[in-house]
Design a protein around this ligand. Structure first.
Ligand SMILES: [Zn+2]
Length: 119
C-alpha cells in the first residue's frame, strides 16, 4: 500500500495548501514521479480517485503524472548512466560503487487552483 500512503499524504498537503491560500477548488495537480520510485501509476490514479470523493476541494481535480528518468552516478569513472537499463553495475567500468542521482522522487510540480489570492 505504498501508493495509498503517498496519496494520503498528498491529499493532506493539498487540503492544507487550499486552506492556507483560501482556495475553493483545485483544478489540476502535476506530480513528478521517479522511474524507480516503486510507484505504480495505475494504482496511484485509483487511490487519487478515492480521495477525490472524500476531499471537496479535490472533487473536480485532474491528476497529471510526469515521469522522471532514473540516472545513476558511477563514483569510479565519474560517469552517469541509465539506471533501468544497466542496474547497479556501471556499464563503462563495471564498478559497483554507484548511486542513484535521480529517479526516486515524488514531487508536486504544479497546482492549478481557483479562488485564493492568485496574481
Ligand atoms: Zn564506472
Amino acid at each position: 500500500m505504498h501508493e495509498m500512503g503517498i496519496v494520503t499524504h498528498l491529499a493532506k498537503t493539498l487540503d492544507e495548501t487550499a486552506i492556507e491560500n483560501n482556495l475553493t477548488k483545485i483544478g489540476s495537480v502535476t506530480l513528478q514521479i521517479g522511474e524507480v520510485s516503486g510507484i505504480m501509476t495505475d494504482y496511484f490514479v485509483e487511490c487519487w480517485d478515492y480521495f477525490k470523493g472524500r476531499h471537496p476541494v479535490l472533487k473536480d481535480s485532474t491528476l497529471k503524472l510526469e515521469q522522471i528518468p532514473a540516472v545513476t552516478w558511477c563514483n569510479s569513472c565519474k560517469k552517469e548512466y541509465e539506471t533501468v537499463k544497466y542496474g547497479r553495475e556501471c556499464p563503462y567500468c563495471h564498478s559497483g560503487e554507484t548511486w542513484l542521482l535521480k529517479g526516486n522522487e515524488c514531487i508536486i510540480k504544479e497546482i492549478e487552483a481557483e479562488g485564493g489570492n492568485n496574481p
